[in-house]
Design a protein around this ligand. Sequence first.
Ligand code: PEP
Ligand code: MN
Length: 337
Amino acid sequence: MIIVLEKGISDEKIENVIRHLEDYGFTVHKSTGEEQIILGAIGIQPNFDTRKIKILEGVSAVYRVTEPFRLASRGYQKENTKIKIGDVVIGSNDVVTIAGPCAVESEEQIMTIAKIIKEGGAKILRGGAFKPRTSPYSFQGLGEDGLKLLRKAGDEFGLAVITEVMDPGQVELVAKYADIFQLGARNMQNFPLLRELGKTNKPVMIKRGMSATIDEWLMSAEYILASGNKDVMVCERGIRTFETSTRNTFDLSAIPVIHKKSHLPIIADPSHAVGIRDKVIPMARAAVAAGADGLMVEVHHDPADALSDGPQALLPEQFFELMDQVKKIAEIIGRKA
Ligand code: PEP
Ligand code: MN
């Protein structure tokens, strides 16, 4: 932690700040410049509340040097986390595609879409059975029947499956059918759910909360890691801004920022970020070029009749086009899709 003291601060006040820092367990180094004095406080305390120092008399600014998260940080683990799901590895040189409908709607629907995405080269099938809908009157998902259908489609086409879990009480049930848990944007800070997912031995993909900073998002990952589950990946799905042309604003820069701050893989979800079909492909291309470890896109063979998120679902031919382009982009940056 770096503490900048006010110009002209008295010796008494400097001593007071140093004493507080030492009482909190820091070793303090004082640097005296021509105009200002700076204190360096050494000691790893990820949960230290810097306001305790900011409020002291004579303190002008306090800067944290270490991240507030530890297990999720690049400093803690230099090598990328690699998550194995059958013969698929997320966080390796391969750019892995997760695709499927927003929600599992029927056997015919999920089988049709699973076949399409397999043909296009996706490795993981997505589909919600428990849907976190903004309106209580919207389709809420098929529940366990949906999980069964998703599993059946995954097995039929040799695809791993990912689906959302919304409540700590659902974790055991969802674990019976899914290979990966999806933690939705609206639940990014559902702490009992994060803890429960930390006790399982299945990978978890944490979507970024709509208004979450990157550090808050990684703190949610820290909850799962600290509870014992090391197979965590994060997913950028757009954030709320003042812009209304797209459903959310796709924070492309989150991809290199996460790679710098953390060893966890990052998946890009342009479907929820832009919310409009014709803008998904360009943003997916950009995400791969920016270094995303994987893509998650919604695909539907009959989006006009989809029970949720139809307008953002790619048509089968668009999905094939996307996969084609992504392969070429991945190659340019020395990866494989
Ligand atoms: C979804 O993936 O269908 C979904 C609901 O996403 P998010 O949590 O990002 O809104
Ligand atoms: Mn959706």
